[in-house]
Design a binder for this molecule. Structure first.
Ligand SMILES: Nc1nc2c(ncn2[C@@H]2O[C@H](COP(=O)(O)OP(=O)(O)OP(=O)(O)O)[C@@H](O)[C@H]2O)c(=O)[nH]1
Ligand SMILES: [Mg+2]
Length: 235
C-alpha cells in the first residue's frame, strides 16, 4: 500500500496549491478535501527502464490527502495517514509562519505515553522533568515469562507564565487567570506488568497527581488517584 501523507495547516495557507503541484493533476479543488497520488521520481528506475527497454514505467507513489482548514472535524480524516505535512503561509504582506503556528500542535491526543498515565497534562506550554526506572522482578519463571515494575515520575512547569496549561486533548485545562506561578504539579506512575506466556499478559497500575502552586492558585485543586488493570491476549 502506498505511503499516505496528510497536508494540514491554517485556512488559506496554500495546502491545495501544494497538493496540485505534488500530484500534478492540474487542479485540486480549493476549499475541498482532495485525494491524489504523487509519483516518486527515482533516477534508478529510469536507468533500469533503459537497460531493459521497458515500454511502460510505473513509479512508486505517495497518496496525498489535502484537507481544507484546520478544524477538528477535518483533522479527524487524517488519523490513518503515515505522515503529516504542515503548510504555513509565507507569502503576502505581514506573513508570519512561526506566529501562525504559535504553539506545538500535537494533532492527535496521546498524552500518557509522554506526560503521565493520568492524561491530565497536554503537550503545549510545558516543561516536564521525567525520571523513570524499570525493575525486572522475575524472568522465565513458572507462569511468568517476565514480571516488571515500572516507576515513573513527572515534575511539571509552565514554559511561559503568560499562557495556560493544556489538556491531553490540546484544549485549555486551566487558564492563566493572572497567576504568576510556573510550577503545575507532579505525577507518580507505577505499573506492574506480568507477561504470563507468549499470548497472555496482565498489568495493573496506580498513578497519583499532586497539584502544585499554579493549579492551587487558579481553581479547584484536589489530588487525582487513578487505578487501572487489564488482562490481554495477543495473537
Ligand atoms: N503569492 C502566493 N500565493 C499563494 C501561495 N500559495 C497559495 N497561494 C494563494 O493563496 C490562496 C489560498 O491557497 P490554497 O492553496 O487554496 O490554500 P488552502 O490552504 O488549500 O486553503 P483552504 O483549503 O481554504 O484551507 C490561493 O489564492 C492561492 O493562489 C504562494 O506561495 N504565494
Ligand atoms: Mg484547500
Amino acid at each position: 500500500m502506498a505511503l499516505e501523507v496528510g497536508i494540514v495547516g491554517p485556512a488559506g495557507s496554500g495546502k491545495t496549491s501544494l497538493f496540485t503541484a505534488l500530484t500534478r493533476t492540474g487542479g485540486g479543488e480549493y476549499g475541498k478535501t482532495n485525494v491524489g497520488m504523487a509519483p516518486i521520481a527515482d533516477a534508478r528506475l529510469d536507468a533500469l527502464a533503459q537497460v531493459v527497454s521497458a515500454r511502460k514505467i510505473t513509479p512508486a507513489t505517495i497518496r496525498i490527502q489535502d484537507v481544507p482548514g484546520a478544524g477538528e472535524a477535518q483533522l479527524g480524516n487524517l488519523r490513518q495517514v503515515d505522515a503529516l505535512l504542515v503548510v504555513l503561509a509565507g507569502f503576502g504582506a505581514g506573513a508570519d509562519p512561526s506566529g501562525d503556528l504559535e504553539t506545538f500542535n500535537q494533532l492527535f491526543p496521546l498524552g500518557h505515553a509522554y506526560f503521565g498515565y493520568i492524561d491530565v497534562i497536554g503537550r503545549q506550554n510545558i516543561i516536564d522533568l521525567h525520571p523513570g526506572l524499570e525493575l525486572q522482578l522475575l524472568k522465565e519463571a513458572r507462569h511468568a515469562k517476565k514480571v516488571t515494575l515500572r516507576a515513573e515520575h513527572h515534575l511539571f512547569w509552565r514554559e511561559s507564565d503568560d499562557d495556560a496549561v493544556y489538556s491531553a486533548a490540546g484544549t485549555v485545562l486551566r487558564a492563566d487567570n493572572g497567576s504568576g506561578a510556573a510550577y503545575i504539579g507532579q505525577e507518580t506512575d507505577l505499573l506492574l506488568n506480568w507477561q504470563i506466556d507468549r499470548h497472555w499478559s496482565a498489568y495493573v497500575g496506580y498513578s497519583h497527581f499532586f497539584p502544585g502552586d499554579f493549579i492551587q492558585e487558579t481553581g479547584p485543586a484536589g489530588d487525582i488517584d487513578f487505578v487501572y488493570a487489564a488482562l490481554q491476549f495477543t495473537f
